[in-house]
Each structure stands twice: as structure tokens, then as C-alpha cells.
Design a protein around this ligand. Structure first.
Ligand code: B12
Ligand code: SF4
Length: 495
């Protein structure tokens, strides 16, 4: 059996980092871990190939090569997924789809032959068996969420590693909290399940063996969801990093209550965590209560961010406007919070009701739903009727975007963040002189010569050299990211 794994294309969003990737000479930010994991659940004798449309296009000869096509998608990739399915069906292929979009969608699904809802650890082996018997079903859904001890090592070797700016490893699935807008808890549940320490370290070994050096994104919904297990993992992770000469710089997502746990923060720092994405959402307490985000109201949010930064970790964060309780001055308050917290990569979005969430169900009951979300919370579209006048909301949102991604404002946050995160850290060895020089040259030419905001770039750069010489690589990465956000702002934020 020959299986072609296809990952549909992303539109231009925050997380695509599309405008920053060329500086590093990369095509996409992360490889498709869901597909690589699904692939590892197939019989070893089956042949498989991966085509990530974010890296390159799909050739008809590749479709013709395959007996079966597997595709996975998030909501934002649905149009591209549809096109993939149509193309492969037109060539007479058996098409199998799965992943978060397929799991939660309410729309008509593309004309796929087999649909996988939820996690595939137990259902995919069933499908293989059914196929062999000649009785494959159209829909597969496991009755229970699988323990991650049965998750195989993803088929990392299928991805063209050098095309990506980071690799992904998953430690846990699920989150114990109950934020109203969140679909994670609907898809992956509220009881975080983890892999064993050995599983995670074996995956890191494998990445090392494949030649990977640099950023590894631990793609958990909430890395500290199961604190008990994480506490056991971190010392082994730190020991692994030390033994291997710190080949990976780690990035993850965590809930804000991380800030209250100094032992955990210190262990994360030792293990090589350099960036943490937090769901801050809003500085407005009433809106946090409405969103059932109690974990963010129990402590001072600004102080929490600063505490995490003091452990040498850059804080990235998600912010939302459009809650029912948002006051008229919400836009200024978000801008001020983002400025004071020195979060360079502040991902602000309009509230969006994802299918099958508590928010979706409430808005449906209240008759305020307008249809399925695009999945892209930055494109100024609303899929529900907000309490605030929609045009004021969208204009206010655009004002936030314009303000926080204005070069002077952005570079100042970047400098403040570098200052707060400058910290004793173990040597990192993954930047070679040549790769650093190439990236610097690309950035200097584009941002320091060609770009209209070049004065701001040099001002930032000179400050960074003077104050944060040991963090020069981070400074350049932040400059490249700032450019990405500015370009997005031009696309969506200009009112
Ligand atoms: C890493 C990640 C990303 C990476 C993508 C990396 C990549 N190339 O895949 C990045 C950072 C780019 C990203 C971006 C975004 N993401 Co994202 N992301 C995640 C995250 C945290 C982990 C994904 C992952 O690797 N999981 C591990 C794998 C093993 O799990 P899995 O994909 O579910 O796969 C399993 C099953 O679903 C199944 N399966 C999956 N595919 C297939 C296919 C077949 C054929 C079969 C049989 C089975 C199968 O098998 C696997 C094993 O059980 C998830 C949350 C999560 N827990 O998954 C959110 C998540 C997928 N992202 C989400 C969102 C909303 C986004 C953004 C839109 C956010 C934004 N506003 O910018 C952007 C959009 C992307 C873009 N660039 O435009 C949502 C999706 C919601 C939805 N219903 O579609 C999720 C669920 C999180 C959330 N609620 O916010 N994301
Ligand atoms: S903390 Fe994050 S992952 Fe957990 S329920 Fe809230 S939004 Fe979802």
C-alpha cells in the first residue's frame, strides 16, 4: 500500500510567521505532527510520502503514485483541504481525512471516503484491519481518549527538516481548565494525558539523530496541565540537554498559573525553555470571569508575566477583544497591558466562537451565532453578534494592531523583553557562525536598507548591541518577527 500524506496550506496568520521565515531561509514554521503521528500508526511495510503544501506544491504524479491519500487540517486550512480532496478524488484515489477541523466542523465535509473524528491511536489500526477485510467504514471515532503511552514515535524522517524553522514534540494532550471559548477541552478533554519521560526523550534523540538543532516546540495545549508529571519530566529533560550540549531551545504553551510556581519555572529554565506562550486574553477581570478563565483572575497578570520573564523566558501571549463585558476603553487597556508587560509577540484576535465549544452553545441559545468561524481570528470577521457595536469593535481592534506593531512601539517592547529575560543560561550551540551571518545579512539588507522603517531598525539594533550583546541572535529573531507582524497589520489591521 502506498500512502500519500498531504498537509493543506495555511493562510497568512500570526502563527504562519510567513513574512519572517525567508530571513532564516525556511519555508514553514512547523512540520505537521498530526500527520506524522498518524503515519506512524500505519503498518511498517506500507510506503509513505509527505507533501506539506506550506513547503511545496503537490504534483499530479505524486497523487497518481498513491493508493490512498491522508489529509489533516485545522479550521483555517479548510479551503485548501477541500481542494486537496477534490483533486485526489478526481484521480480516483481513496481519501482519508482527520485532525481538529474534521473533528469539530459543522459544515458538510469534503467528499472524503473515510473520516476520523478525534485521536487516531486506536481507530487507525481498526481501519487498517477493516481495509484488509474489505469492510472499511466511513466514520471512525474512538469511544475513549487513548492514553499517550500508546502514541508511537512520529515519522519525523518523512519531513524535509531543513525547510522548517522549528520541530514539534508533544508531551501531553488536554487541559484541566474550562475557558468558555476553548475547543481544546472539547477535542482533547480536561484530564491531561502525558507521554512517559522515556517516550519524550526518545523523540528528542530521534530529532538529534536526524540532524536537527535549534527550536523545538513542545506543542502541548497546556504544558503544565499535569504538574505532577511535568515535575518528573523536567529534571530528565535538563539532564538530556546537558548531556547533548543543549542542542534544542524549547518553546511551549502554558497557563498563567505557571507564574506562581518558582520550582517549576526554575526547572523549565534548566531544561532549556526559552519562550512560553500564555493565554492572557484580557486585563479586564469581568471579561475573564465571563470567559471562565478563573486562573487569570487569581493573580496580578502583569506581575505574573514579569516573574516568568525573570527566569529567562520570553513571554508570547494571546489576547482577545469582543467579550460581552469588554468596557468602552478595552482597546487602550489592552495596548497599555501589552506595552507594560513587554510581550513582543502579542497575538491579538477578535473573539471567535469555535464549533462545539461552550461559547458556541451559549451564543446559539442566545440567538447570536452567525455561522462557522473562519478559524483566522485576525481577519476582522465576526461569527457572532457582539454586545459592542461591531464597527466600533473592529475599528478598536485595528487600532490595537496598528499601535502595537508600529515599529517604534514594537522594538521598544522587544528591547524591554530582552532586558527582562537576560539571564544566566547554559551555552547554546546550535547557531553556527555561517547561519548567523547569513540571517544577519538578510535582515540587515531587508530591514536596515530596503525597508522604509530602517531608522527604527538601526536604532533597535544599536541598543540591542549595547545592552544585550549576549542575546544578539534573539534580537535579530525579534526584528524578523516584528516585520512579520507589521506585514500582517498591513493586510488586516489598516482601517
Ligand atoms: C502546533 C499547533 C499549531 C502549529 C501548527 C503546526 C503544524 N504544522 O501542524 C501552529 C503554531 C502553526 C499553529 C497555528 C494555528 N493554530 Co494550532 N495548534 C497546534 C497544537 C497546539 C498542536 C498540534 C499538534 O501537533 N498536535 C499533535 C497531534 C499528534 O495531534 P492531532 O493533530 O490532533 O493529531 C491526532 C489526531 O487528530 C489524528 N489525526 C490528525 N490528522 C489526521 C489525519 C488523518 C488522515 C487521520 C486518520 C488522523 C489524523 O491523529 C493524531 C493522533 O491521534 C494544536 C492543539 C492540539 N492539541 O493539537 C493547536 C490547534 C490545532 N490550532 C488551532 C488554531 C486555531 C490555530 C491558529 C488558527 C491560531 C491562530 N489564530 O493563528 C493557527 C493557524 C495556522 C496558521 N498558520 O495559519 C486549533 C484548531 C481549531 C480547529 N478546530 O481547527 C487547535 C486545536 C488549538 C486551539 N484550540 O486553539 N497551530
Ligand atoms: S487554559 Fe488554554 S487550553 Fe486550557 S481551557 Fe483555557 S484556553 Fe483552553
Amino acid at each position: 500500500m502506498k500512502v500519500l500524506l498531504v498537509y493543506p496550506e495555511f493562510p497568512d496568520t500570526y502563527w504562519s510567521f510567513r513574512h519572517a521565515l525567508p530571513f532564516e531561509g525556511k519555508r514553514s514554521a512547523f512540520p505537521p505532527l498530526g500527520l506524522l503521528t498518524a503515519s506512524a500508526l500505519l503498518p511498517p511495510a506500507w510506503e509513505r510520502r509527505l507533501v506539506d503544501l506550506n513547503v511545496r506544491s503537490l504534483k499530479t504524479s505524486e497523487i497518481d503514485w498513491a493508493d490512498m491519500v491522508f489529509a489533516s487540517a485545522m479550521l483555517v486550512q479548510k479551503d485548501s483541504l477541500r481542494r486537496v480532496v477534490e483533486r485526489c478524488k478526481a484521480r480516483g484515489k481513496r481519501v482519508v481525512i482527520g485532525g481538529p477541523y474534521v473533528t469539530t466542523t459543522i459544515e458538510d465535509l469534503p467528499q472524503a471516503d473515510h473520516i476520523f473524528l478525534g485521536e487516531a491511536e486506536t481507530t487507525l489500526p481498526m481501519f487498517v484491519e477493516d481495509l484488509e477485510q474489505g469492510t472499511p467504514k466511513r466514520v471512525y471515532q474512538a469511544e475513549e481518549r487513548p492514553p499517550l503511552s500508546i502514541t508511537p514515535m512520529p515519522d519525523f524522517h518523512l519531513a524535509d527538516l531543513k525547510r522548517y524553522s522549528a520541530m514539534c514534540v508533544q508531551y501531553s494532550r488536554g487541559c484541566p481548565f474550562q475557558c468558555e471559548f476553548c475547543d481544546i477541552i472539547e477535542i482533547y478533554g480536561r484530564v491531561p494525558r502525558t507521554k512517559s519521560n522515556q517516550q519524550v526523550l526518545r523523540e528528542l534523540d530521534r530529532l538529534l539523530e536526524l540532524g536537527w538543532r535549534g527550536t523545538v516546540f513542545i506543542v502541548d495545549d497546556n504544558f503544565i496541565g499535569n504538574k505532577k508529571n511535568v515535575r518528573l519530566l523536567l529534571p530528565s529533560l535538563a539532564e538530556w540537554q546537558k548531556r547533548n550540549g543543549y542542542p534544542f531551545s524549547l518553546l511551549t504553551e502554558a497557563s498563567v498559573n505557571l507564574a506562581e510556581d518558582d520550582a517549576l519555572l526554575s526547572d523549565m529554565q534548566q531544561a532549556g525553555f526559552r519562550r512560553v506562550f500564555l493565554g492572557i486574553e484580557t486585563p479586564v477581570e469581568e471579561s475573564l470571569k465571563e470567559a471562565q478563565k478563573g486562573q487569570n483572575t487569581r493573580r496580578d497578570l502583569l506581575e505574573s508575566v514579569m516573574r516568568i520573564q525573570s527566569y529567562g523566558m520570553e513571554v508570547m501571549a494571546g489576547f482577545i477583544v469582543g467579550f460581552d463585558h469588554d468596557p468602552a476603553d478595552i482597546f487602550e487597556r489592552q495596548i497599555k497591558f501589552i506595552r507594560d508587560s513587554a510581550i513582543p509577540l502579542a497575538m491579538v484576535g477578535l473573539l471567535s466562537a469555535l464549533p462545539d465549544t461552550q461559547l458556541w452553545r451559549r451564543l446559539e441559545r442566545e440567538g447570536r451565532l452567525l455561522g462557522e468561524a473562519s478559524g483566522n481570528n485576525t481577519n476582522c470577521s465576526l461569527n457572532f453578534v457582539p454586545k459592542m457595536n461591531p464597527s466600533i469593535l473592529i475599528e478598536g481592534y485595528q487600532t490595537i494592531m496598528r499601535t502595537i506593531y508600529n515599529p517604534r512601539e514594537y522594538y521598544q517592547r522587544a528591547l524591554d523583553s530582552l532586558k527582562r529575560t537576560s539571564n544566566e543560561r547554559p551555552e547554546r550551540t546550535h547557531y553556527t557562525f555561517v547561519s548567523a551571518l547569513t540571517a544577519f545579512t538578510r535582515i540587515a539588507v531587508k530591514l536596515g536598507i530596503v525597508d522604509s522603517e530602517r531608522r527604527e531598525f538601526w536604532r533597535f539594533f544599536m541598543h540591542a548591541v549595547a545592552r544585550n550583546r549576549d542575546q544578539l541572535a534573539d534580537s535579530l529573531r525579534l526584528a524578523a518577527m516584528g516585520y512579520h507582524f507589521r506585514k500582517l497589520n498591513e493586510a488586516y489591521g489598516e482601517g
